[in-house]
Design a protein around this ligand. Sequence first.
Ligand code: BGC
Length: 364
Amino acid sequence: MRKWLSKAMFVMSVIALFFVVSACEEAKETLDHNIPSQLMEKEKNKEAASEEKIKIGFSMDTLEEERWLKDRDLFKEAVEALGATVEIMAANGDDAVQILQAETLISQGVDLLVVVPHNAEATAAIVNKAHLMGIKVLSYDRLIKNADIDFYISFDNERVGELQAEAITKLVPKGRYVYIGGAVTDNNAHLFKKGVFNVLQPLIDNGDITIVFDQWTKDWNPANAYTNMEAALKANHNQIDAVIAANDATAGGVIEALAAQGLAGKIPVAGQDAELAAAQRIVEGSQTMTVYKPIRTLAEEAAELAVKLAKGEEVAAERLVNNGKIEVSSILLSPIAVDKFNIDRTIITDGFHSWQEVYRNVGK
Ligand code: BGC
């Protein structure tokens, strides 16, 4: 009986041992099964964390004109909406400062640099430094020349100039014209001028239009535009029929110089940027037209490109633009001509400025 009992106990412990071992095996198997998925989960978290951490550096020339404040705020908003972060630095129109700031952004570990160059040529140094660290560069609004930039987004700036000249030649098909250019160091200033002369040249050639003054405006500074316009008036004994200024800030300087001679509102003036002050001058009568470039679209598309490029994703170009060194993959958005007749249904409808702001001084 005892023998039978100990035999039974032995069999039961063998069975128990079998169950313990197979339970352990099962647990181990589940663990083994879970290892790849746990690892995958960990990898996913890591990826999500690094996606969150995408950091864009935004190196700006200046915050002087009203538009650049919009660019700064809308770009930041758009980058953050995509789950990335942005470090912004503005160089106050100083090339050496802009290069130093870009170096700072690179050393802060940004994943990609977005640059609004003060000087189209000098900023090539930034591209070279960024590329040495494996950081891509997106040229924003202004083209960086003679460098291997990775992408360029802007408006069709030659078209901006054409829109200005088309509007003014409709009003003044014949006469004495003044051209107040932008900063010679900014590639856009050359494109704006090219666009203007695409329209004016045939009329110059057939003798309808004479260019009586044509100057660049150092650093786009309205005070320099004022001095240039003053000189133009003096040299021509105030015999001027139309003025095309490369942007609204310089148009502001031009209109002040005209006002000093009692000529504001009597001579058509074109600008561009759709700055609030220019929109007010249009409805008040001292400026004829401006060109509206929807900054929100530029900032949002640039943010999307920047984040994609930073992640190493493919981005589609609409065209190629030669920057003196390479054919740069580019997107050029469309500008819109604005005068007193369509101001409400363009910049006001778009929320670029409110009706109250634009018409603030009218009727007073
Ligand atoms: C921009 C204009 C701006 C000008 C001065 C140009 O490159 O395209 O919108 O008014 O710079 O800042």
